[in-house]
Design a protein around this ligand. Structure first.
Ligand SMILES: Nc1ncnc2c1ncn2[C@@H]1O[C@H](COP(=O)(O)OP(=O)(O)O)[C@@H](O)[C@H]1O
Ligand SMILES: [Mg+2]
Length: 289
């Protein structure tokens, strides 16, 4: 299936707010980029097929960094490598100055590198409030024996309500997670991720399957939670990417095709070819769902 012609070059209603371009005011000093996450030669092969191939990624601290590319480009595999759900075939991953290539998922999560929608499972039969409370308890190294520690969990109520307010779910606190409309469920997932107090958040397609109204709300939410954090975002909706991302890395067939800000990347003919399906080889790779 071809990617839809969305986004490139078009003006959009989503605008960056309050995220000034810091490099504009460096007062003549050499510009030092503070990299929080970097990979070198990152490669993942599945039975000889390279889903991710020799990827060099550099994510600046405090930025919103987009990882985009056609279906099958290797974006989710990249996320799985970064959060240690998959071991790389080759390559190095450094986070906050340390080599995390050999760590386990829980270990990288404790270092503040947290992926939404996976580590932060949402339990449909628990209420919205209970879900966030539980996530707060887990962060303290607690287990799942919440049925025995109702009193202890009450301590987390204030913090949980504050997090629900952050994601616009105050009025939904007593509903079960299963009763939430789809867009609100993603907001709850972000709240349970925030409960882990991430330094860097990885979001895999936070607006997938959403209505326009929900998309706008999630965009505003991501902007808000990105304050004081680093966000790495996989996103199909190029308007969302344009509105949110400071830097974009484009993957195709497991490799980095281009990197830069939206204006630069969107002018790149190879990127346009990959997105508009004018390159038969790359268009073919979009058939992976
Ligand atoms: N566990 C796996 N085993 C074999 N092939 C896989 C596996 N996971 C992903 N792939 C393949 O790797 C490529 C990249 O997949 P993925 O990372 O999911 O792409 P994206 O998220 O960019 O759509 C695809 O061709 C996919 O079929
Ligand atoms: Mg994917």
């Amino acid at each position: 299936m071809r990617q839809k012609r969305i986004g490139w070059r078009s003006g959009t209603g989503i605008r960056k707010q309050g995220r000034s371009n810091k490099s504009k005011h460096n007062w003549g000093r050499p510009r030092v980029v503070d990299t929080i996450l970097e990979t070198e030669g990152l490669t993942k092969e599945f039975r000889g097929f390279a889903a991710v191939s020799d990827v060099r990624l550099e994510v600046a601290r405090g930025s919103i960094h987009g990882l985009i590319g056609p279906n099958g480009a290797g974006k989710t595999t990249c996320f799985n490598l970064l959060t240690k759900f998959l071991p790389p075939t080759r390559g190095v991953i450094r986070y906050d100055g340390r080599d995390i290539t050999g760590l386990k998922p829980a270990e990288v999560a404790r270092l503040g590198l947290v992926r939404s929608f996976q580590i932060s499972a949402v339990f449909p039969h628990l209420t919205v409030l209970e879900n966030v409370r539980l996530a707060l308890q887990r962060r303290r190294g607690g287990s799942f024996d919440f049925w025995r520690s109702e009193g202890l969990l009450k301590q987390f109520d204030d913090r949980a309500m504050a997090l629900l307010e952050d994601v616009g779910l105050t009025g939904y606190a007593r509903l079960t997670a299963g009763q939430l409309p789809y867009g609100r469920k993603r907001a709850l997932e972000i709240a349970t991720t925030l409960a882990l107090d991430p330094v860097m958040m990885l979001l895999d397609e936070p607006t997938a399957g959403m209505t326009h109204e929900d998309v706008d709300r999630i965009v505003a939410l991501v902007k808000r939670v990105a304050a004081g954090r680093t966000v790495l975002l996989v996103e199909h909706n190029l308007k969302v990417v344009e509105g949110l991302c400071d830097t974009i890395t484009v993957l195709t067939r497991g490799r980095v095709l281009a990197q830069g800000d939206y204006a630069t990347v969107s002018r790149n003919p190879e990127v346009q070819a990959a997105y508009l399906g004018t390159d038969p080889a790359i268009a073919g790779s979009t058939q992976h769902a």
